[in-house]
Write a protein that binds this ligand. Structure first.
Ligand SMILES: NC(=O)c1ccc[n+]([C@@H]2O[C@H](COP(=O)([O-])OP(=O)(O)OC[C@H]3O[C@@H](n4cnc5c(N)ncnc54)[C@H](O)[C@@H]3O)[C@@H](O)[C@H]2O)c1
Length: 270
């Protein structure tokens, strides 16, 4: 079949975690509009299904041939993460792109955090990335002379620079977890280059998604302090992050692996 150049993920099967909201939602919609077959999971079944419906309507309107299957799966739970990947491989016969987007942040000061809470917090940042990669990699192996697959992990500006802001509790567990994602990504890129897998991370700054309100990071005081640190004086939009993920998922980024790309309005540059 002739590839339509308008559809940058035509023929690719993608697994995206956390499609129910924010950046994962934007990615599911954009990937399908560019012809990808997507299996997207979320903790919240009704959100996964609603976003799949929205993405499928968009893909139909664009005539891209893309499709999103939304499933209920918690990527912090091994059997559920495995089922997410298996659904993609069984449903569409292959896997080309893994986008580990879902994570949860726990914010608190060192002295207030028990060891148990610390371990859970680190797990919330890293377990979904570990399990996604663990179950997807056998299906992502390629002969690098022929083609490459792509893993996109979600780090954060908090894994690169200290991002403490007034009114916010400490962020050290979140920072450690996200720095872990960035380190895991770099190491995995070297380990799996011989197997034809590109592995990169994206590190959003302050992106306007529902998670900010959940963590009380949408207060005026926090927003004002964030803007102080930014070169582009506004919060990012989920669609802007999705466009970077689309680039890394597509063959347009064929010579990029092992990098962490900030998408943070210049926050990490200052
Ligand atoms: N919003 C920001 O400012 C910001 C900044 C830096 C990094 N990030 C990172 O970006 C990613 C997406 O964040 P967002 O702001 O779009 O969040 P969001 O809350 O808008 O969406 C996250 C979605 O993931 C789902 N989810 C959470 N845990 C899950 C799990 N274990 N299994 C399956 N689904 C799960 C939630 O139900 C939700 O629908 C996260 O990794 C987050 O740490 C966000």
């Amino acid at each position: 079949m002739e590839r339509d150049g308008r559809f940058r993920l035509a023929g690719k099967v993608c697994a995206i975690s956390g499609i129910g909201s924010g950046q994962g939602q934007a990615a599911a919609i954009l990937f399908a509009a560019h012809g990808a077959k997507v299996v997207g999971c979320d903790l919240r079944a009704e959100r996964a299904h609603a976003v799949a419906d929205e993405a499928n309507a968009g893909a139909d309107a664009a005539g891209s041939g893309g499709e999103v299957v939304g499933i209920d799966a918690n990527v912090f739970v091994e059997a559920e993460a495995e089922r997410w990947i298996t659904t993609a491989v069984d449903g569409f016969g292959r896997l080309d792109v893994l986008y580990n987007n879902a994570a949860l942040g726990d914010f608190g000061m060192m002295e207030d955090m028990s060891l148990e809470r610390w371990r859970t917090a680190i797990g919330y940042e890293l377990d979904g990335v570990f399990l996604g990669c663990h179950y997807a990699l056998p299906h992502l192996r390629r002969d690098p002379a022929d083609s490459w697959s792509s893993i996109i992990n979600t780090g954060s500006v908090s894994g690169m620079v200290s991002t403490l802001l007034p009114g916010m509790p400490g962020g050290m567990a979140h920072a450690a977890g996200k720095a872990g994602v960035i380190g895991l990504t770099r190491s995995l890129a070297e380990e799996y280059a011989p197997a034809g897998v590109r592995v990169n991370s994206i590190s959003p700054g302050s992106i306007d998604t529902p998670s900010l309100a959940l963590a009380d990071f949408d207060a005026d005081e926090v927003l004002a302090a964030v803007k102080e640190k930014l070169l582009i004086k506004r919060r990012g939009r989920p669609e802007e992050v999705a466009r970077l993920a689309l680039f890394l998922a597509s063959d347009e980024s064929s010579y990029i692996t092992g990098v962490n790309i900030p998408i943070d309005g210049g926050w990490s540059a200052t």
